[in-house]
Every structure is written in C-alpha cells, then in structure tokens.
Design a binder for this molecule. Sequence first.
Ligand SMILES: [Zn+2]
Length: 371
Amino acid sequence: MKMPNKLPLTIDDNEYLEALRKKKTFPLHLHIDGSIPVGTLFSMAKKRGRVLKLPKKDANEQEISYSSEKERIIDSEEKLREFQYGLLSKYHINDVFDIPISFMQTRDDIVETCVALSHYLRTQNSPYAEVRFAPQYHLTQGLSLTQVIGYALEGLAKGREETGVTTRLIASIDRKVDVERAIDIVNAVLCFRNEVLGIDLACVENGNPPEKHYEAVKLTFGTQLKRTFHAGEMCSEEENLKNIYTSLTLLQAHGISHAIQLHKRFYRGYDLIEMMVRNGVRLESNPISNYNFFINSVADLHLDQLLDKGVFVTINPDDPAMWPQGDLVYGLYHLGKLYGLKFVDKVIRNSVLCAWGLKTEEKMSYLKEVM
Ligand SMILES: [Zn+2]
C-alpha cells in the first residue's frame, strides 16, 4: 500500500515538539487494541509465559519464508514494535491486531489493558479521552458481549482511579459482520446506555457501506447514545463521499471519522460541509493514520480550510501503537508546522467542545486551562 511521491514525516524542531507535549490533549478517537503500549503487551506475554510469533503469511496472504522456527519468535519489545509497524505494508491487519486482542479475552486481561491505556494517556498529557473497542473481538474464551463491555468499563474506571485520566467508552461494530450480529452488538450496548457513550462502525469500509447496518444503528435513535462512524477513509473518492453522505443522513451521525475528501465538499450536489456544520457533527480526523495508508501528506486533508468553514475539526491518533509517530502530539506537530499554533489551539479546543462525556462545567474548566 506504499504510495508514490510520499513526503517523509520529519521532525526537525524538537523545541516545538516539546512545547506541544506540554499542551493538554483530549483524544476522541482511539482504539484500545491499537493503543496498548508495546512494552505492556510484551510484559503481559512474559508474565503469562506466552510465546508470541510472527505470522506464517504476509499482508497478501503469501507464505513468508523463515530460516527457522526460532526466527518467528517475537523475543523482544523491539521485534514486537517492528511487527506492529508492519501493519498492512508487511503483515495482514488481522495478524497484527490479533496480538493485542489476544490479551483482551478474560476479565482480568481486559481490565489490565484498559488500565495500561489510562497510564499511556497520562503520558500523553490527556486528562480526558474517548476510547473505543469492538466487543465482538473479545469472545474467544467464552465471554459474552455484555460481559466484555462491562469489564472494559470496569478497567477504564480502575484506570481512572490509578491515573486520574477520565476515559469514556464507545463500542465499535466491525462492519464485516452480518446485519443480525450488528443488531446483537447494539442491543448489548443498549444494556449500558448510561455508561457507554455511543456506537461506531469500523474496520473494512470497502464492500460494507454504512446503510448495511441501518437496522442496527436505528436501535439507537431516540436514545442518548451518540453515533460516530468511520466513513470516507478506504474507498474511492466517490464512494468515500457517498459514505459520508449516508452516515450524515440515513444514520444520523453525531461524528464522522476520517472523511479524507470532505474538503471536496459536495456529493451529488449535497453540501457535506454545510450539513456537518449545521448539525454540529464533529470530524474525528486521524492525519497520521491516513498518512500511513491513504494520503501522501497531511496537507492533503485540507484541515485548515475545513476549520475555516466552521467544521468541528478534532485531531486524533487512531491506533498510536501501530506506526511510527503514532502519538497524538506528532499529528499536532505536523499540522502546527503547516498551519501554525493557532490552528493547534483551535483543534484542541474543539476536542473539548465536542467531547460527549464532559459536562458543561468540566468543558468550561478545561477550556480555561487550554486557552
Ligand atoms: Zn479508527
């Protein structure tokens, strides 16, 4: 998936980066399984006596030739990091995510990973975050959907006690599932309608358009659950714009993630930007994630123009453990270098304003701090 003419992401101003690290951030879009620090995963494996191995096949499902079985063993943190950084370019997405997900199959493990995530967020100077995971991935050892959601909430609450970081949960639905399964997942989420913030459609966009899960999403209409959807990330431009349009209209989105070509503005004459502004729909942009797989430069997203037009642009890390410069601060660095510190401050303020789990007085207090 390497793109031609890709500009490297270079950091040549460490002072600027350090200044950005001092800013409080409020990520609204990050996946728990893609955010667990590699060191945590590696020590969890050691503690459990588990041997982690490189997959037999590559990203294109071709057999990888190893000189020995020993070569496959992931015997250091560095090797695990290198493996995760090979996401999609070298290794299949399922193989890469299988490792963190394999450590989230029991109550204790789910709690431990959620606590680790809270510690990670504290290192990122994030007092508040909205985090997501797909409950359906965590059933291999017999847990039910409701147990999995309950344990994640328990882990995040424990993480808050230990770190002071408040995290609120969004439940993702892997769009590949059939309609019935998606309905089961939303019904499980509805059992936690006062604790879980909302639902999300995630994973492979191609062939799984938003309307596929209308019946499941519809169950949240009239409830306090928010709806945010990965849309306009992986398909052709036409398909991406169509998916944004469908998410905004049929699925009544409160949030849209990625929306790489939103700056093109129109889908068949419908003004997508105007729709997002009018309805207060937040844009959960993930520039470094997009840079890794779908764009040549973060400038391709034209986030400055979207911000000027009144879109609630927020900047997020997506899966910070899965690629170099994954931490949110790097996204802010590259955008800050392009558009200036005012842009950075504005998108941070937007994250506070668009947070779904903060009360008005909490927002006011954070806004005062970041201004
Ligand atoms: Zn995402």
